[in-house]
Write a protein that binds this ligand. Structure first.
Ligand SMILES: [Zn+2]
Length: 694
């Protein structure tokens, strides 16, 4: 077979000449991506062969570092493809993804299982052990990781089982992308169309306008309430019409359970194949396989740390639900009946308003996007790290709404680029995320380019972009990830920035979230867009006071999703065969049993995601790892306490945090870095206190 050659005019053929290697989106068309990926696969195969067949003695340079430098073209093309698939997809691009999924999965396996590479890694490890080759600590960590990855890839298995494993990997990759797309399609299809605007009482003018625009976009008459990814929908907090709240809730929770976008069969096949793969590799189950390479280490350790949160969360949820029942009774009298799941966010919002006098709709005029960025999100980064953000209108992303900033260090030197794609678009995936388009690395000489994507409701034409309080917290959160990438200072790209164990990757983002509540900052970024008045001090105090509001319900939802994920992935193949003997029809029953077993089958508090739309764990990426959110929150809460003991939003504390945690990325054991900073191992006490569950 001859390697495919790439047209030299293909803009992906060489590193982008734009500042910081920003992908040249303006020149890249969908027909460039497929050929670049295929040529990239061939190029990486040749590079790996060269490393494997090198006959000179193994060194850090000719094995470890050489491996870091492989796959440049492929990475470049894949980075562009996945950024577009998430935020600005087209049917052609989705077809291309389908077409390439199997090839890419087979290629990853071929590289991971390469016998020649494995032999070189083993040789290097032996030479390091004998003291013949000097290897720094990050290098040793990487060498250990790579050797373990070879073993986890199945390279040591007999040929027949290896073939089986490869087939499973290819099939799983296909199923996971099918699941993600099914969920997006199911969510779009489940949007609730309202013919009578009178039923939208309680929603803000902007919400009504965007519902109107959504209906027009979908060629429908009326107002379309589009659904967000989690179970509980944002609009339910304000919809006065109980019947409509119920409709929205039923539409949201039924996603993927029937009809054209049924995802249940995908769930069943995905969990079976994951269990099968774990068994082939010698693990009891998929969760054991996944947690082996995290800071938790085992699923038992996860349960040990998180299960103690359950009683406090459920007990607090019960108190909150009783208060909500009283709100409903007061509103509807005898007609109220028992509180239902679709009343929970609505009644919760009423209580929040009553107790903390906070009204999201009244808050929004103070939360204008640009002001929040400049005087909030960016200002916090300047206060902690001395870095500044400078608009680069000369640079562009994949869509005209993407904005670009150059990030500079205190002495003015350029650190990297920050891209923001903030407004909701119909084809954009729900939620928010941060992704590095270029990794920082001294070895490759590259500086970071980071993209943050949010889904802030699109303003009516000519109106300012006003955020919800959730949007603001999310903007701080995602910027925490971006800072991790931007302030990275490591040699090797695979240890750069957010390339850390999955259960600690949320620590910097969760810490950064807390600056949203910092009074001095709030006074500057929360300013009324029309009157120029800052958010009154007493509102700030109430906002801070409301931080613990509803944490019983919120933590219960989160724990329910966490334990649901663990349950699906803690089953052996034969256990699954028993539990799912009736195939897709068993999915709901399994879910109920899993929640009951964890003590989390709380009426009115469904999991944050039900299995059929739990894209985190069935779309790939967070399988047996959804626990990472709460796990890293334990660590983050402890470090937030440290920040407050060390001067809060200050250069001194920021500098230590940058040096010990952000800059080192994955080149240092995260728990070692944590203890160095904190002076002791992590304790869950800070999280319990923060969430008011102690
Ligand atoms: Zn995050």
């Amino acid at each position: 077979m001859t390697a495919p050659t790439l047209d030299p005019d293909n803009p992906l053929a060489r590193a982008s000449a734009l500042p910081y290697g920003l992908p040249d989106f303006a020149s890249i068309r969908v027909e460039h991506i497929g050929p670049a990926i295929r040529a990239g696969i061939a190029e990486e195969v040749a590079e790996v062969e060269a490393i494997a067949s090198d006959v000179s003695p193994a060194t850090v340079e000719n094995v470890l570092d050489a491996l870091e430098l492989t796959g440049d073209l492929l990475d470049r093309a894949l980075t562009v493809m996945s950024a577009l698939l998430d935020a600005d997809p087209t049917p052609e691009l989705e077809d291309l993804e389908d077409e390439l999924t199997a090839e890419l999965s087979a290629h990853d396996d071929a590289v991971a299982m390469h016998a020649g590479v494995r032999a070189r890694l083993v040789e290097l490890a032996e030479r390091v052990k004998r003291g013949e080759v000097a290897c720094d600590e990050p290098g040793r960590r990487l060498l250990d990781d790579r050797l373990r990855d070879v073993q986890r890839s199945g390279a040591d298995l007999p040929a027949e089982q290896r073939e089986e494993l490869l087939r499973i990997n290819v099939r799983l990759a296909e199923l996971e992308s099918a699941f993600s797309r099914t969920v997006v399609a199911a969510s779009t299809a489940a949007g609730v169309l309202v013919r009578d605007v009178g039923r939208l009482v309680g929603l803000t003018e902007d919400e009504i306008a965007s519902a109107r625009a959504a209906a027009e976009g979908a060629d429908q008459d009326g107002w379309l309430l589009a659904l967000g990814s989690p179970t509980q929908q944002e609009v339910q907090a304000r919809l006065a019409d109980r019947g409509l709240r119920e409709e929205v809730h039923r539409a949201a929770t039924a996603r993927g359970t029937a009809g054209e976008h049924d995802s249940r069969a995908l769930v069943v096949e995905i969990v079976r194949l994951r269990a099968q793969r774990a068994a082939l590799l010698g693990f009891r189950d998929h969760a054991t396989y996944v947690t082996q390479v995290t800071t938790a280490g085992t699923p038992d350790r996860v349960r040990e740390v998180l299960a103690p949160l359950v009683p406090g969360a459920v007990a607090n949820a019960a108190v909150e639900l009783a208060d909500m029942q009283a709100v409903l009774d007061a509103e509807l009298g005898d007609a109220a009946g028992p509180l239902e799941p679709w009343d929970v966010t609505w009644a919760g919002e009423r209580l929040r308003h009553e107790r903390h006098a906070i009204d999201d709709a009244a808050l929004r005029p103070y939360l204008e996007l640009d002001r929040v960025l400049e005087h909030g999100v960016f200002a916090a980064a300047t206060a902690s790290y001395g870095i500044t953000f400078h608009a680069r209108p000369d640079l562009h992303g994949y869509h005209h709404e993407v904005r670009v900033w150059e990030v500079r260090a205190q002495d003015g030197t350029g650190l990297g680029l920050f891209l923001g794609d903030f407004l909701a678009r119909p084809s954009k995936q729900g939620g928010a995320w941060s992704t590095a388009l270029v990794d920082q690395s001294h070895l490759t000489g590259t500086r970071p380019v980071v993209l943050n994507v949010l889904n802030v409701a699109r303003p009516a034409p000519g109106q300012p972009t006003l955020m919800t309080w959730d949007d603001v917290v999310t903007a701080f959160h995602e910027t925490g990830h971006a800072l991790h990438a931007l302030l990275s200072d490591v040699r090797r790209p695979s240890q750069s920035g957010t390339e850390v164990s999955q259960d600690v990757v949320e620590v910097p983002s969760q810490i950064n979230e807390t600056w949203a509540w910092e009074p001095a900052l709030l006074r500057r970024y929360a300013v009324h867009h029309a009157t120029g008045e800052p958010l009154p001090d007493e509102t700030i105090e109430r906002l801070r006071g409301s931080q613990r509001h509803g944490q019983g319900v919120a933590t219960t939802e989160m724990l329910a999703a966490t334990f649901l994920d663990l349950a699906w992935h803690s089953m052996t193949e034969s256990e699954l065969a028993g539990a799912l003997s009736d195939g897709a029809d068993g999915v709901e029953r399994f879910e109920q049993a899993a929640l009951a077993a964890a003590g989390l089958d709380v009426p009115c508090v469904p999991p944050r995601y039900r299995s059929t739309y739990f894209a985190h764990v069935f779309g790939g990426g967070y399988d047996a790892a959804y626990y990472a959110y709460l796990w890293s929150e334990v660590l983050a809460a402890d470090l937030i306490e440290w920040f407050h003991e060390s001067g809060g939003l200050s250069r001194e504390a920021g500098e230590r945090f940058r040096r010990e945690l952000l800059a080192v990325g994955g080149s240092v054991d995260p728990m070692v870095a944590f203890e160095r900073l904190r002076g002791r191992p992590a304790s869950p006490a800070a999280l319990l206190a923060r969430r008011g569950l102690a």
